[in-house]
Design a protein around this ligand. Structure first.
Ligand code: SAH
Length: 309
């Protein structure tokens, strides 16, 4: 790990450090529809652990809520049962909903090097399987990214935890007031973030995925997440500055708008690159200076400009 003091504006790709070893590989995405499982116990669990509600809704929206190793294990006999009531559907199609499976996932993430107890607890709390369509849910806790439709993926558990751990490793002892996620996808990482930050804002450029995240997060009733449909490369200036920003998609460089929307002392964690990507953490030192540290190889879907209906 190495650090470089830099003055922006600068092309981040021009100052990228040498990467460490590779951890993630490419996954292929296939279409899927929303997982609409009532999650009452989960809502209670999350409500109990989530930070205080955000008091001011953003952009006129009401409070609404929501890359890896090959898949190796899958539960047998998993059939979607779409005409059943949601609660029964959950029981029928999610035999592995047990907290034990999730605990095993978290233990694996810890073995992979994530140490932050707050992050590990958050990962243990959020039911990853509810962010996948029933046919995929049996694979929810494997060590891989998985398809969520529209050629996008839910990120691998390790990388979700790793990015949040890195973001929390700030001079404020891990305190995060406002956090911005670029690339909501199915809403999973936003849910994890809601347990480590006071306010979470998440932007998605693909409308059906923005809707999917809303549908996934609504039953969980997480009060401190705001979802926004738009181009995350522009950031979220109405709400900035953010003391944490996470990009869930890789650009050739981190957009200048996002650097400008960081608070002093804030940390941005992003995959950077095209075929060869590295995870970078950028910290804002003062109004004019940022430092960049390259952590490890990774693989994410591409960051794209504009929006898609
Ligand atoms: N955070 C998700 C991962 C989603 S995959 C999780 O919890 O697993 C990355 C997402 O980034 C995709 O849904 C993609 O559509 C989105 N994305 C790519 N470019 C974007 C942009 N400019 N603004 C907002 N979202 C973007």
């Amino acid at each position: 790990m190495s650090g470089t003091g830099k003055r922006f504006p600068l092309s981040l790709s021009s100052i990228a450090d040498k990467p460490a070893g590779s951890r993630q590989t490419t996954r292929t995405a296939t279409p899927q529809t929303a997982t609409r499982n009532a999650a009452h116990t989960l809502a209670i669990q999350l409500a109990g652990k989530a930070a205080k509600p955000v008091s001011n809704a953003v952009a006129g929206k009401p409070a609404q809520n929501g890359a890896g190793k090959p898949a190796t294990n899958s539960a047998p006999g998993m059939q979607p049962a779409r005409n059943m009531p949601a609660q029964q559907q959950t029981e029928r199609t999610m035999p592995m909903v047990s907290e034990g499976v999730r605990r095993a996932m978290v233990a694996r993430v810890a073995r992979q090097g994530v140490k932050d107890p707050k992050v590990l607890t958050a990962m243990e709390t959020v039911p990853r399987h509810l962010f996948l369509e029933p046919a995929m849910a049996s694979q929810a806790y494997i060590d891989a990214s998985l398809p969520i439709g529209h050629h996008q993926t839910i990120s691998q558990p390790y990388i979700v935890a790793r990015m949040i751990e890195v973001m929390r490793n700030n001079a404020q002892g891990g305190v995060l007031n406002k956090v911005l996620e670029i690339g909501t996808g199915c809403g999973y990482q936003a849910a994890v973030l809601s347990l480590v930050a006071k306010e979470v804002y998440s932007v998605e450029r693909i409308k059906p995925l923005h809707e999917l995240a809303k549908a996934n997060l609504r039953p969980m009733r997480i009060a401190n997440i705001r979802l926004h449909y738009g181009d995350g490369m522009l950031g979220f200036p109405q709400v900035a500055p953010f003391d944490g920003i996470i990009l869930a998609a890789a650009g050739l460089e981190v957009p200048q708008a996002l650097l400008e929307q960081m608070s002093i002392g804030g940390r941005l964690v992003a995959p950077v690159g095209a075929h060869h990507q590295v995870l970078q953490v950028i910290e804002r030192i003062n109004k004019y200076e940022w430092t960049t540290v390259t952590l490890e190889d990774c693989h994410f879907v591409p960051l794209r400009p504009g929006t898609a209906g």
